[in-house]
Design a protein. Structure first.
Length: 155
């Protein structure tokens, strides 16, 4: 999305400017998390129940450690969170145009290390158009997933 387009949208809707670099990083991190979840599933944490041969020298804290309980809660919560993220991404992807959806699908969700130059050739787009469409798709996903980062004005 060009700078003039973004400025026009910001002025028309009276919204704060978005930190593009941080927003892109968050969207790519979100997409990577969902891609890994869809390809290998959820990897559960395991409790290490082996006693340590090292003596522990510390004072009595009278606090009990609930390692197994904490791990079970984390496993349950994380599985639900990943499933929710995957469904939310599907809904957000439905809002994208066909070209935007194809770019996100091919670049981030199907192939691990697909280069942009190869993808724009496969999709029959010029490099400039590919980057413009990809930027717009990331912007829309960030807003749909509520992970955009706003630039705070220091006035």
């Amino acid at each position: 999305m060009g700078k003039s387009d973004k400025l026009a949208i910001q002025l028309a809707f009276d919204i704060l400017p978005i930190d593009e670099k941080e927003t892109r990083r968050r969207v790519e991190e979100y997409l990577e998390t969902v891609r890994v979840y869809r390809h290998i599933g959820f990897v559960r944490r395991q409790a290490a129940l082996t006693a340590s041969p090292e003596p522990r020298y510390h004072g009595s804290t009278n606090a009990t450690s609930r390692t197994t309980e904490n791990i079970a809660v984390w496993n349950t919560d994380r599985a639900v969170q990943l499933e929710k993220q995957s469904k939310l991404l599907d809904l957000a992807m439905g809002r994208l145009k066909k070209a935007e959806r194809e770019i996100i699908q091919l670049r981030y969700l199907e192939h691990e290390d697909e280069y942009d130059s190869i993808l724009c050739g496969e999709l029959g787009m010029s490099d400039r158009k590919y980057r413009r469409v990809k930027s717009r798709a990331i912007y829309i996903l960030a807003c749909a997933l509520s992970i955009e980062v706003l630039i705070e004005s220091t006035e």
